[in-house]
Design a protein around this ligand. Structure first.
Ligand SMILES: [Fe+2]
Length: 218
């Protein structure tokens, strides 16, 4: 009979106890927000953003919203390649939120979403374990009134909105980020997100990806 042992595999579901922040209103209190999915934000190098835009521009309609797959060459070529930069961020993310080492990353797809004014991106989730989105272009001129237009629960026009759960008293369920060129967000593939249409000039161009990961055994 092989040896039996207890494991701590469920540890990845336990939050760190060092996530507290000082209360804004009461200096003797700190607040902890330990539950729920985590979203990593970082910035990709400008040279990589420029390279991708150059490769995408000829294949994108410059006047109307569209989507297109990113070519394998755009993903895997160049130094550093887009794939290597994303792999690095995924590995950091998994290490940070779960304490695990990633052994292998398999990308399913990278795709470009080019949006002009009045184009919604309805709430959705992705396939795969881990997903991400980064921005290649941002609208140049948005009517400030429209930009500040709030949808239900503070979702701002053109922002990316991550949603987890419903309205629950004393619990957060939504966060919005303004799309800025170079900004990359990494998040669990199951996390709901979407964007409300903006009114203004210019293109909101993003690249999204899905990946599956294999964790190194303990
Ligand atoms: Fe998405």
């Amino acid at each position: 009979m092989s040896e039996l042992k207890r494991t701590r595999r469920l540890r990845k579901y336990e939050a760190d106890d060092n996530l507290g922040r000082p209360s804004h209103s009461n200096p003797t209190t700190e607040l902890h927000s330990p539950f729920g999915p985590q979203i990593a934000k970082t910035t990709l190098p400008t040279a990589v953003i420029d390279r991708l835009n150059q490769s995408i521009d000829p294949h994108i309609d410059q006047n109307k919203s569209s989507e297109a797959l990113l070519s394998a060459e755009a993903v895997f070529s160049g130094s550093p390649s887009l794939a290597s930069l994303i792999e690095e961020q995924i590995s950091h993310y998994v290490k940070e939120v779960e304490g695990s080492e990633v052994e292998h990353i398999e990308f399913e797809v990278f795709w470009v979403v080019s949006q002009y004014e009045d184009t919604p991106s309805p709430v959705h989730f992705h396939s795969g374990d881990i997903s991400g989105v980064f921005y290649l272009k941002e609208p140049t001129k948005i009517d400030p009134q429209q930009y500040e237009r709030n949808y239900i629960s503070g979702r701002k026009a053109g922002f990316i909105n991550f949603i987890e759960g419903n309205k629950q008293r004393f619990s957060k369920s939504l966060i919005s980020f303004e799309p800025r060129v170079g900004d990359l967000y990494v998040f669990p593939g199951w996390l709901l997100h979407g964007a409300e249409p903006f009114i203004g000039e210019g293109e909101r161009r993003s690249v999204a990806f899905n990946a599956n990961i294999r964790i190194k055994p303990d």
